[in-house]
Design a protein around this ligand. Sequence first.
Ligand code: TXA
Ligand code: MG
Length: 422
Amino acid sequence: MPPRQMPLPGQIGRGPAPKIVAKRRSRGAGGRSAKPLENVDFWKNGRSGRIRTCDPCVPNAVLYRAEPHSDKKAAYSVGFDAPQAAGMRNFVPVKTGLETLILPAGAAGAEAAARILAAGGLVAFPTETVYGLGADAANATAIAHLYAAKGRPAFNPLIAHVADLAAARRIGRFDARALRLAEAFWPGPLTLVVPKTDDCPVAELATAGLDTVAIRIPAHPVAEAILRAFGGAVVAPSANISGHVSPTLAAHVESDLAGRIDLIVDGGPVTVGVESTIVGCFDVPMLLRPGGLSRERIEAVLGAPLARPPAEAESDDSQPLAPGMLASHYAPRASVRLNARDVAAGEALLAFGPDRLPGLEAAAAVMNLSPAADLDEAATNLFGYLRALDAKSPRAIAVMAVPEEGLGEAINDRLRRAAVAR
Ligand code: TXA
Ligand code: MG
């Protein structure tokens, strides 16, 4: 494809008409995502602390900055530098007002996605876990735009997505254990954090200056088609405003990011529904984030238990020493009340299993993650139901207890973070 045909980011829909049939949305079409973040320079001021954004999607989102020299980094056998060291020297204002193109999945969608990625643009696409927001992993400018579009702290590194193991091994060094996990579970909802190769093409900004890189091969035909058409690694966080509930439908992406990104490829609902499980392939393999692949299945392949990150990694008051473990995350606007045994008037209920709680009649809305108490079904429904209940503007969202086994570990992790007081 000749480069001159590549639409430049921000010019989609303004240049010659693309041959693909597209639904166009202009800035703010989702009704609420176009307001820019407060013009903060939290990573320039050299102090740790928190700032609040004025983004309407994240009323009380807390952004953090990292301490340049955290003694807690030893816990992860990885270096953790200040964002400045990772190349983010200046604040990158969020780009709003883009025409966000929405295309159905298919050959034309994959080709458009690849062209836009190669031109430094931002493309949301489905994976089996959640929708991701992709950028060329080797393009630091594109990655800076990605952080800005999500309102994501630049010290929180990204997962590099690739199409096959050979591509993964160009990026990261796999020891025997990491290789065993990759061979057992890729493509699939598992992310492996491994040391970078010497010539790792992933931009420093995407790895936040760490010596390690998070890698995943998604098991989704649309993601695979885009990765193959593009040819390189694609960094992709979940395609939502940072701190908000992750998207399991293209419509969720549109409501968070319309006007901020170039393209959304609509591949229908995802199947797994929670993000990938992240395993740090350190001296002792560590479960950094429970997710769409259960701990039990990973431990069965390793023949040993996964280590847990130290408890202080969950802290909301200091820098997130374990990247991505911000205590408040996946948050709807309404407050979330866990382990509900009854429903208060005006609350919405996120139910699980066949039991009927007292007070149900007075609930603002009720959705059941899985009436049959199936944890895989519950994971698939989790984020979509949280969004749907939140849209009713209830007093709070009461959530019934979910067992802590299989995908229940990931479901409870997301629910606990959604419930953290903000
Ligand atoms: O299922 C998923 O994993 C989705 C889809 C799109 O692939 N992606 C996703 O990305 O959930 P994100 O950015 O929302 O979460 C990535 C997590 C963050 O918690 C980040 O801190 C962690 O991966 N991470 C990335 N690189 C890391 C590293 N080198 N060491 C430790 N954690 C890392
Ligand atoms: Mg996310």
